[in-house]
Every structure is written in structure tokens, then in C-alpha cells.
Design a protein around this ligand. Structure first.
Ligand code: SAJ
Length: 445
């Protein structure tokens, strides 16, 4: 079939006449599509979920990211953002394609690139000369070279010669996605200079931050090591908490004073590491390194330590109940916080799940979360008094802002006496809780 060329040159990108297709309208794809439309581009978004597609076409956002509902409504009303389940149509009607599909790990901790492969196959079947393809999904090192290019080149077109190809990972933190996409510096890897320049040109219209260009292989590793840096540092904070518990010092004092050092940035201890990326990205590096005969000792042990933190929280809960003469069995435990981190409704890989499910094997569990409606079998309620009533132990697992100003006087009155509180995020002041008659336990104390 004759393939007509797409028109993607610096001109079409700067005058916004090029049509942009976004494949994957999830936590990153939809914000990106809405921002591109807001910048004046004509955007066709593709997603396999008709639920997402219908919501977007009604001008609604299927995810609860701050500012996104308003931006999606504006983009759809302006006619510049349309969604479809027909990914082929997205490719046929676009000059630039952003691939923003999820790249999870399977149960075996191996990368699951099935969504990516499907998107690449569809693009390959409809690829035209001079199109610009940008992969945004987080990839195991070498994936663009070893998987994406062979599939795209099945079109008969050659990457870098007939079509442009770049890799540019997202680094916007959930709960501030729109703000960070438009402010953060960005890394763009191009298969050649021309591809990198075109992609840089596009992102320069999106973010006020700097856009740095490099090669694709480097860009793939940059994304993974950013998140691995985070995971390793959270593990260091968690291990410091375990050490402080043994030494009888308060980890929060240690962290806040150590961070007075100009080059120290200890992170916060917690019940574990949730979210869609941090628990996964280190395994992309571990898996690839192992394939190449290298064991990543620090990265692997940091991952293992973070994955063991829910178990540590259970030990603290047992210790806390014992301190009030109770046992976990036939106690009632109230869990505050189901989301994987504060001020989000996202429960992906939340450490709360492991804590709730383990506790449920031994006692009655009530759970509460101001933003999440999903529970994991515990009796869930949005009424914090109902959840706390007659509870022997109150456990904070998510650092939602609302929990930082809990009325502990009121809660201690409805709890069974003597009540105990386990602060898994260290967001409360131990001295303040003393006046409420509640015994305070905290991670790292
Ligand atoms: N956490 C701690 N202690 C800390 C920080 C976080 O226990 O000091 C926990 C959180 O409670 C949460 C988990 O770790 O359960 C991950 O939270 P997070 O704040 O690290 O972030 P994410 O997963 O929402 O977003 C991260 C960000 N990456 C970095 O900060 C390096 C974001 O920029 C990425 O775009 C995002 O991962 C991603 O999706 O890749």
C-alpha cells in the first residue's frame, strides 16, 4: 500500500500544524495529551479501555490528578483532544506518536512488555515516512534497540533514515503530574541527531524546564536509575529506622539533624514502597544486569528491605498491643491509610494491602482512607470515628495531610482503654499524643 509521508519538521512542530497521537491515556498519557492540546496541538488519544475513551470524550478525567479534570474538559471542548479505542486510526491520522503505555513487571519480577509490543505492532503496520515516534514508557535497558526498532522496521521503513525515533521518559510525580510535566527538566534520547532535535523541539513547547538530549540507550538507563536512587534511599531511611529502634534513639531526630549536612538527604522511613514505578523499575535493572552476568547487590538488597517493611509494621503493632496487655488475636485494629502515599487515591502496590491482609488472619481490621473507597477485606468506612470505635490500636500507614491534624483526644475517647497508636509514617508528635492517654509507638522510635 502506498505510504504517504507524514510532515514532521521543526516547522510543523513549532507552528503546531503536526497532528499528535498519544497511545495510552493513563496516569501519564492523559495529562500529556491534555497539555499538548492546551498548547494548541491537535491530539488524538488512543486507549484500549472504552471506559477511559468515553470519559475523556465527555470531557472528564478518569483519574483523580489535581487540575486534570479541568484541563481535559477544556481540551475536549476546544475540539483539540479526541479519544478513540482504535489505535490504528491514531497512527493513520497522526504525524507524531507518543507511546505512553504501561510496562509492568509480572509475578516473576520479569518485565511484561505486552502492551508496548501491541502498540509497536499497530504503529509498524501504519508507519509512514517522516513520522516521529517517541516512546515515553519506562523500558528495560536496550529495549528500544532490541525490541522497538525491529518491530517498527518490519514496516519496510528504517529508523532514523525514513522515520524519526526518540525515547523520553516521564518523571512527573503523581499528585503533581501536570505541574511537573510543565516544569521539570527533561531527557530526550534520539536514534540520531535529527530525531533528538525534533523531540526536543516538541518538549520545549511543553516544559519550561531544560530539555537535555542524549542517545537512546543512555536515556533508558537514566529513567531507571532515577527511580532506583529513590528506592535505595528510602531503603537507607528504613534501615536507619530499624537501627534506631535497636539503639533506642528517635530516627526522626537522626534524619532531621543529619540532613542539616549540606550533602545529606536522608529520605523518610515508612511501611514500605508502593506506587506503579518505584517498586518495579529497580527490577528492570536487576533483570538486565543478571542477563549480563552482573548481580546488583545494593539495588537488590534495597528492594528486599523495602518489601520487608510491611512485616516490620506488623511486629510494631504486636509490640504495641502487648505493651497494653493485649494480643493481636481478638483485638480490633483500625488502619488509617490505604493509598500508597499521602494525598493520592492510588492504591497500586500499596504497602497497606500486605499489612491489612496479614492482620486479618489474626484479628478484626477496620480501614479508613479519605480518598480511597477500595478496601482489602477489612471493614472499610469513610467515617474515622466508626473505624476507631472500640479499637484497641490505631495504625497510620499513609501520610495523608488530614491525618497530620487528627483529633486524638476525640479518637482516644471512642477507643478501648488503654488505647495505643502506631505511627507508621511518623507524622504525629509523640509528645502531643501523651496528653491523650494513648500510648505512642512509631517506626524508628
Ligand atoms: N516513600 C517513602 N519514603 C520517602 C519517599 C517515598 O517511604 O521518603 C514511599 C511512598 O510512601 C510511596 C513510595 O515510596 O509508597 C513511592 O513514592 P514516591 O514519592 O517516591 O513516588 P512516586 O512513585 O509517586 O513517583 C516516583 C517519582 N520518582 C522520583 O521521585 C525519583 C516520580 O518522579 C516518577 O515519575 C514516578 O516515581 C514514576 O512514575 O516513575
Amino acid at each position: 500500500m502506498l505510504r504517504f509521508g507524514a510532515m514532521v519538521t521543526k516547522k510543523e512542530i513549532s507552528d503546531k500544524s503536526c497532528k499528535i497521537g498519544v497511545i495510552g491515556l493513563g496516569y501519564v498519557g492523559l495529562p500529556m495529551a491534555a497539555i499538548l492540546a492546551d498548547r494548541g496541538y491537535t491530539v488524538l488519544g488512543g486507549d484500549i479501555s472504552s471506559k477511559i475513551v468515553n470519559k475523556v470524550n465527555q470531557g472528564k478525567a478518569p483519574i483523580n490528578e489535581r487540575g486534570l479534570p479541568e484541563l481535559v474538559e477544556k481540551a475536549v471542548k476546544s475540539g483539540r483532544l479526541v479519544a478513540t479505542v482504535n489505535t490504528r486510526e491514531v497512527v493513520k491520522k497522526s504525524d507524531v506518536i507518543l507511546i505512553v503505555v504501561q510496562t509492568p513487571i509480572g509475578g516473576n519480577k520479569k518485565p511484561d512488555l505486552s502492551c508496548l509490543k501491541k502498540a509497536l505492532e499497530t504503529i509498524s503496520e501504519n508507519l509512514r515516512k517522516k513520522m516521529l515516534i517517541i516512546i515515553e514508557s519506562t523500558l528495560p535497558p536496550g529495549t528500544t534497540k532490541n525490541l522497538a526498532i525491529p518491530i517498527l522496521n518490519k514496516s519496510g521503513l528504517v529508523a532514523g533514515k525514513d522515520y524519526f525515533l526518540a525515547y523520553s521518559p516521564e518523571r512527573a510525580i503523581p499528585t503533581k503530574t501536570l505541574e511537573e510535566i510543565q516544569k521539570n527538566d527533561r531527557i530526550v534520547g534520539g536514534i540520531n541527531e535529527e530525531s533528538a532535535i525534533l523531540a526536543k523541539q516538541l518538549y520545549s513547547n511543553i516544559t519550561s524546564g531544560e530539555v537535555f538530549t542524549t542517545d537512546i540507550a543512555t536515556a533508558e538507563v537514566v529513567k531507571l536509575i532515577e527511580n532506583t536512587y529513590r528506592d535505595v534511599n528510602i531503603a537507607l531511611a528504613n534501615e536507619t529506622a530499624l537501627l534506631c529502634e535497636k539503639l533506642g534513639v528517635d530516627v526522626m531526630k537522626v534524619i532531621s539533624l543529619a540532613n542539616k549536612h549540606p550533602r545529606v538527604n536522608l529520605h523518610m522511613p515508612g511501611p514500605g514502597v508502593g506506587g506503579h514505578c518505584i517498586p518495579k523499575d529497580p527490577y528492570f535493572l536487576i533483570d538486565k544486569a543478571r542477563e549480563l552476568g552482573l548481580e546488583l547487590k545494593v539495588i537488590t538488597s534495597a528492594r528486599e528491605l523495602n518489601e520487608s517493611m510491611p512485616k516490620h509494621l506488623l511486629e510494631i503493632i504486636e509490640r504495641a498491643l502487648k505493651a497494653t496487655g493485649k494480643r493481636v488475636e481478638n483485638s480490633k485494629v483500625a488502619i488509617l491509610g490505604v493509598a500508597y502515599k499521602g494525598n493520592t487515591d492510588d492504591v497500586r502496590n500499596t504497602p497497606s494491602k500486605a499489612v491489612i491482609e496479614e492482620l486479618m488472619k489474626k484479628c478484626e481490621v477496620f480501614s479508613h482512607d479519605p480518598l480511597v473507597t477500595q478496601d482489602f477485606g477489612g471493614k472499610f468506612s469513610n467515617d474515622i470515628i466508626e473505624v476507631t470505635r472500640e479499637a484497641d490500636c490505631l495504625v497510620i500507614l499513609t501520610d495523608h495531610d488530614v491525618y497530620k491534624s487528627l483529633d486524638l483526644e476525640k479518637l482516644s475517647k471512642v477507643m478501648k482503654k488503654p488505647g495505643v497508636i502506631v505511627d507508621g509514617r511518623r507524622i504525629l508528635d509523640p509528645n502531643k499524643t501523651a496528653t491523650t492517654g494513648l500510648k505512642y509507638f512509631g517506626i524508628g522510635l
